[in-house]
Design a protein. Sequence first.
Length: 234
Amino acid sequence: MTEGSIPSALSTALSRTARPLRSARREALAALDVETTEWEYAGRTWSWPAGEAMTYFDGLAPGEAAVLEAAAANHGLELVGVGTGRVAVELQADRLDDPAAVNGPAGEEAGSTGTEPGVVAKLARYGPSAEMGDGRAQNRREKRVWDGCGIHPFLPVLDVDDDGDWIAMPRATVPPPSADREDAIRRVRRALDGHEDAFHLDELKAENVGMYRDRYWIVDYGRPPGEPRFVESP
């Protein structure tokens, strides 16, 4: 599968799922009767309703869950992961034009086993910044990083929505097995040499590293690099 090859009908379905997903989280946050809390991290003060312990910080709000249940029934989008800013759904192979071609630009050097992976789309959730849950900003940033680097260890971008509603990548096995995690992170860190300006090293952790075509890759690189900073919501 090459970039831009998610079928039009499926592309539309992804966007039509991401938009109400964001609305549902925004409405859920607005309805919470909690005080905004503050905490210190990396030398600065952060604020968020109820901090990272907030009910909907990384877990789904009821409205979000309802949106995803409808997407599963109507479009075959299978929920595979929930993050602060994005929800990962696997796309059904029979809805892809050429599921056997999902190998991205990794090429033979990736060491294909002959079993092609699936495709995952990251749907943007609502949030105030790319570091605090703005999934559209994270999706657009991953697209920019892939366009600028386009090599291991950044997991390939297969397709992306222009507005950042979603981004599609091969499905990697995340996280590495417990016994392999130190080695996996060490390999990825070595591959990141020369790309420090494109990646926030705080994100080099087991839940952001996955196996794809016999190599370990960074599966989530949408956080801005350098010092923590808020960015404007789109």
